[in-house]
Ligand binder design. Sequence first.
Ligand code: 13P
Ligand code: SF4
Length: 317
Amino acid sequence: MTQSNGIYIITCMEDKELKKEIRRLLKERNAILLAHNYQRDEIQEIADITGDSLGLSIQAGKTEKEVIVFCGVHFMAESAYIISPHKKVILPRMDAGCPMADMIDAKKLLALKERHPDGVVVTYVNSSAEVKALSDICCTSANAVKVVQSLTNAKKIIMIPDKNLAQYTAQFVDKEVVYYDGFCPTHHNLLERDVIKIKRQHPDALFIAHPECRPEVLELADHICSTSGMYSYAKESDKKEFIIGTEMGLLYRLRKENPGKKFYLASKKLVCPNMKLTRLEDIYESLSNMSNIITVPKDIRSSAKAALDKMLAVPRD
Ligand code: 13P
Ligand code: SF4
């Protein structure tokens, strides 16, 4: 195998061979492969660790490997670099973004802060490094309630960019919450009528939903949690059937880890096109060329790190 005709070789390689080559390269480069729970099945299969945004950020900080290959979307790889700037962070597809993260930028956040000078800014990790740098603390879907509850002196919270997550969190806190109009197109696409329909088809199934879903969808949920929270909930439950209200990538591990249980996707619309961009070929190519390296300017990085560190210091269960 040569670098010069790498593209030709990748096209000819079978998935099985590609997976083997990726694992070999990971070893050679002293690299770890982190994959978000929404990645394609074949990527989850070869990952060292799969997890939600919070879990993967923690792993990025813990690993002793020199290179982190982050299979997810841009803000996730950026967070990994912010936490571990001495490591090389590779995002196999540079075009894998998050439309919700793109709904707010530094200018819009500054305008919001000017309108609410007494507001404490709690920013969902689904945001750019620039936005994080202007925030007081970050949160993920796994810890949003705990993060806001930890702000004991704050009376007013500005929660960006996801309105659905903010509205969900507001129910558990005794504070004024200022919303922003951001949303995840994938989760927002799941409608109340879709859930009513699938619940009718599977009357014994429990409905588990991600807090990025609309409030009227969350109203119908038996349990609301982050992507990784869904694995533990399904595993620990003595129920046998579940309707899943998040991106379809979750089904791979849910089915693998719970062979005696049945899982139904709440709607065929639950696909994140950005999460599905990354393919084995992209991992192979970026890792062999050590390309697609993510960095963040130093001044932005240190302020964004402060917001992420504050989040990571909030006690978990
Ligand atoms: P988690 O934090 O649950 O992994 O979700 C991230 C995400 O992008 C959900 O759409
Ligand atoms: Fe962003 Fe939604 Fe995709 Fe998550 S599922 S990465 S929030 S677009």
